[in-house]
Design a protein around this ligand. Structure first.
Ligand SMILES: [Zn+2]
Ligand SMILES: [Zn+2]
Length: 431
């Protein structure tokens, strides 16, 4: 077994569940048509995702997991690794049998007093300008400190991930401003329904623009809007919106311009989505035997989830559904249900349940799992984190930071959020 996050990924195959070309690269029954490839087996087309763009982006943003996840940072292999002496600072060195390269495995990071102060300021919603270090404390040093905080958060995250063997994960997306401007990043977050903890968060910021193909950098300034009077009209509106895009994944969410001295790039959200689910899979794979993914209705979020879980989906050990939910789950009573079919993008069948204070729409994309009630479907655990961030006392300070620092701080906030449930679990005695 190897970790997807350090492996080369090519995702240019048919994404139609049930098609025999699902997961098949370079099939003879693929026909190029503009920016898309038509699969003659199923009659549906899929957009080409540059393997170069995806792998360059992955290599950059997954760097922070090197030595934190116990797998080779070069080939992703996690079996057969051996100990290989210690580093100068006494840290364990590991060697990959295939690549012969060595890397350090981190069990903990030193936490300097400065990081503790930063953590306190963030918790209390105070600006990081209040740090008592005067003018010698440059933005470069702050960036380095925040990067260390993010590493510590990642380490705690990988060590405390404890989802059940039969798990349900909810994924939602949100936009977050940076540089105290109207520019925004696209962020994706996945939460475990049972423990409510966040598994991972990804954004579409790459620290270095070098080698990211220009056509996979996000340069759009206008914003798609998707309005509907009720859940059903929102489903159809979203399908129409996706079908009108040049390629299905080309979402337009408004401006995302970096400062001229920022060497990074904002990439198309599709790359973030594909990276995101590989990371979720890597972080949960050890524990989970069956997983049900509940997703926000967005084709590239589905694509990323499907590709990262392809084998499990084909074996029936992973199911994926789109979910819309409105109102309070607790108000749910005997709900009236109907079936709605939208054939705008694919032939999607939605179960729609409606009552005065609660509405739910679920589209099962990978067949049905016996015994799993549609009522289990929810995005709430992921949305709850988004609310936590947006209502956090630090939020107004957060969005003044550079995109790189916003990313580090989001990882810290994820850990803060998870800590709350960790304590709640211990307090209530349920693990
Ligand atoms: Zn097909
Ligand atoms: Zn290797």
């Amino acid at each position: 077994m190897s970790s997807g996050i350090f492996k080369y990924t090519d995702v240019n195959f048919c994404k139609t569940y049930g098609c025999k070309n699902l997961g098949v690269l370079n099939s003879l029954s693929y026909q190029k048509s503009g920016l898309n490839i038509l699969c003659l087996e199923c009659g549906f087309s899929f957009p080409v995702i540059s393997a170069r763009a995806l792998n360059v982006f992955k290599a950059q943003v997954n760097k922070g997991y090197q030595g934190i996840i116990l797998s080779c940072p070069h080939c992703g292999k996690s079996k057969g690794l051996t100990r290989h002496g210690r580093s100068k600072n006494g840290l364990q060195r590991i060697k990959c049998p295939d690549c012969s390269i060595t890397f350090i495995h981190y069990c903990d990071f030193p936490i300097s007093p400065r990081l503790l102060i930063i953590g306190e300021l963030v918790r209390n919603g105070r600006s990081l300008k209040e740090l008592p270090y005067g003018s010698e404390y440059s933005s470069t040093v702050l960036g380095r400190d925040l990067s260390k905080m993010a590493s510590i958060s990642r380490l705690i995250q990988t060590q405390s991930s404890s989802i059940s063997i039969d798990s349900e994960l909810s994924t939602a997306a949100f936009l977050i401003n940076f540089n105290a401007s109207s520019n925004r990043m696209y962020a994706i977050v996945t939460a475990d329904k049972r423990s409510r903890r966040i598994i991972a968060i990804s954004t579409n910021y790459a620290p270095s623009a070098t080698s990211i193909p220009v056509d996979f950098q996000y340069k759009i300034t206008d914003e798609e809007s998707c309005i509907g009077q009720n859940l059903v009209s929102r489903i159809f509106a979203k399908d129409r919106l996706m079908s009108r895009r040049d390629v299905y994944f080309d979402t337009h969410y408004g401006t995302a311009q970096l400062k001229s001295n920022d060497s990074g790039a904002i990439v198309k959200p599709v790359l973030a989505a594909y990276r995101h689910f590989e990371l979720v899979k890597t972080l949960t794979d050890r524990y989970s035997l069956y997983v049900h993914h509940y997703l926000e209705h967005e084709c590239f979020i589905y694509g990323g989830c499907l590709v990262a879980n392809l084998k499990s989906v084909q074996d029936g050990n992973c199911h994926i559904s789109f979910v819309y939910e409105q109102g309070d789950r607790k108000c749910r009573k005997n709900v009236h249900s109907e079936m709605i079919v939208s054939d705008i993008v694919w032939n999607d069948a939605w179960y729609y349940y409606s009552q005065r204070q609660y509405h739910l729409a679920v589209c099962n994309l990978t067949g049905l799992r016996r015994g799993n009630s549609v009522f289990e479907a929810t995005l709430e655990p992921a949305q709850s984190f988004i609310q936590f961030v947006q209502q956090h006392p630090f939020y107004m300070c957060l969005i003044r930071h550079s995109p790189a620092n916003v990313n580090y701080l989001l990882e810290f906030l994820m850990q803060e959020y998870n800590q709350y449930f960790y304590n709640a679990d211990t307090f209530l005695g349920n693990t």
